[in-house]
Write a protein that binds this ligand. Structure first.
Ligand code: SAM
Ligand code: SF4
Ligand code: F3S
Length: 489
């Protein structure tokens, strides 16, 4: 499959389509006598969130205003769903919502419905939309994002459903887009796209195409701009950040990107995800040595059984995985190690599952995303014979969850009585007067602020501020504390 690079010198048509859309929506706004709005619904991982930030930037450049929330779901003039296909549950959101959109389109035929994201790389889904949802205006896949204005313009010009699913892996550099960053303090920065690993259960390589790394210089200049704009945290993104640069000739590795982000001087540099086969000792050393690189490693284990890892096409043994875990623990002080685990992969026996429990105990994960295996159409494992019955998967899943919850609680409990610097994310769902934040090790903290620091009723926006919090209590998924002082003034 071809990989084609496009950069801002290629975007003349993009700009002319943007201009045409601005004129179209401006005329429509005059006709309706009000401002026009868009609503973007995003499912899936941070890479999808990052794509949505680009799409929102484009929608804003057409002159539309953002609205959010379920109530506005069918009310916005342009509704875009950025879908995820990683597990079956993710698929359900789309077809549930599409039924709801129908009424919205009946009320206002000018309303535009757009579907994109990883689900659109599964031919059955696209076929279903073509057959059963004629009021969907535009369908495109994650590799077509840099063509969004052109596709939307064409669908409006022809007043017909436009389906555009390509077979070329583009790398459109981020200087191509105006990005509407959704958080004030954290900027998402993809450093690479796609995946070459073809784990046998996973849809991502089919949905996102082959691995392609962004140019090192372009990443660095984006990071410098973000620093100038006042972002305190950057999150370097990729399905497998540790293989950054392996497929281009610049000779730069992930360690170089991480060191550059750290040198630029953000308060925090985070990254997701790492693959055990590519994580280097140099990266662990850098995490240990730099104060502004998060002390958190997310390293997907998937299974504790070597037999299952092989069937999954995960090229490491559980012994190698645990070696990395121990190295991280011994090198990175108060580091937090998190993981992904799949339960009920085809052929998983009770013995395989026991090995997973054993590995979880040995690694002592601070937190884990645990998943029941979900067969994805088109992946190798979906055609494996010995699929595990649902009731067995579900019973194993509960046992794993219980063990992991105990470990997470222990990890949280170990923080009680200490003070940590946290980056404040906003008001907490935990209740009035409580804020939410994260430590450098990515522990979720809910905290209150004494009145002598911030008088009651003072609704100062604290998102992005740094403070020192004394931890007083552990919960299974978070730790609670009290702010001692702000640390950024
Ligand atoms: N690239 C990342 C890595 O390898 O660490 C993983 C990204 S994937 C979007 C997130 C997680 O979803 C995977 O680590 C895996 O545990 C889970 N996952 C992927 N496909 C799955 C499937 N078919 N059924 C259940 N869980 C799945
Ligand atoms: Fe999926 Fe494996 Fe690629 Fe992660 S490394 S995105 S699990 S194929
Ligand atoms: Fe989902 Fe695609 Fe991410 S399948 S998890 S949105 S790469």
């Amino acid at each position: 499959m071809a990989i084609i690079k496009v950069d801002s010198s290629d975007n003349a048509e993009f700009l002319s389509a943007t201009e045409e859309l601005r004129e179209y929506f401006s005329a429509l706004s005059v006709k309706k006598g009000r401002k026009l709005t868009y609503n973007v619904l995003t499912y899936g991982c941070q890479l999808n969130e990052s794509d949505s930030e680009k799409l929102e930037g484009m929608l804003t450049s057409f002159g539309l205003e953002r609205v959010q929330g379920k109530d506005e779901l069918t009310m916005a003039d342009v509704i875009l769903m950025n879908t995820c296909s990683v597990r079956e549950n993710a698929d359900k959101h789309l077809f549930g919502n599409l039924g709801v959109f129908k009424n919205g389109v009946r009320e206002d035929p000018d309303r535009i419905i757009i579907i994109c994201g990883c689900m659109m790389k599964v031919p059955e889904n696209v076929e279903k939309i073509r057959k059963s949802y004629p009021y969907v205006d535009l369908v495109f896949d994650p590799q077509q994002i840099h063509r969004f204005p052109i596709l939307l313009r064409d669908s409006i010009r022809n007043s017909s459903q436009l389906i555009n699913i390509g077979s070329i892996d583009y790398i459109a550099d981020d200087d191509y887009f105006t990005i509407s960053r959704l958080r004030k303090f954290r900027a998402l920065v993809p450093i690479m796209y796609g995946c070459n690993n073809f784990c046998t259960y996973c849809i991502v390589p089919y949905a996102r195409g082959r691995e392609r790394s962004r140019d090192f210089g372009k990443i660095v200049s984006e990071l410098e701009t973000l620093k100038e704009q006042g972002y305190k945290e950057v999150m370097l993104l990729g399905q497998n950040v540790n293989s950054y640069g392996l497929n281009n000739e610049e000779g730069k590795t992930f360690k170089d990107v991480l060191a550059a982000a750290s040198d630029i001087g953000f308060n925090r540099v985070r990254f997701m995800s790492s693959h055990p086969k590519d994580l280097s000792d140099e990266v662990i050393d850098l995490m240990a040595d730099r104060d502004n690189i998060e002390k958190h490693l997310h390293l997907a284990m998937q299974s504790g059984s070597n037999r299952i890892l092989k069937l999954m096409n995960r090229p490491y043994t559980i012994e190698q995985f645990l070696d990395i875990a121990y190295k991280f623990r011994s090198r990175v002080k108060e580091g937090s190690l998190t993981t992904d685990i799949i339960v009920g992969f085809p052929g998983e026996t009770e013995e395989d599952f026991e090995q997973t429990l054993d590995a979880v105990r040995k690694a002592g994960f601070d937190a884990a995303f645990t998943f029941q295996y979900s067969p994805r159409p088109g992946t190798k494992a979906a055609s494996f014979d010995d699929q595990v019955p649902k009731d067995i998967v579900s019973a194993r899943f509960d046992r794993l969850l219980k063990l992991q919850n105990d470990l997470a609680y222990k990890s949280n409990e170990a923080r009680v009585g200490r003070s940590y610097e946290v980056l404040i994310e906003g008001i907490s769902k935990a209740g009035a007067g409580t804020y939410t934040a994260r430590t450098l090790s990515n522990h979720l903290v809910n905290f209150t602020i004494p009145e002598d620091i911030l008088p009651k009723g003072c609704l100062e926006d604290l998102e992005g501020r740094l403070g020192i919090v004394k931890i007083e209590r552990a919960r299974p998924y978070s730790i609670d504390g009290v702010l001692e002082r702000f640390s950024d003034v």
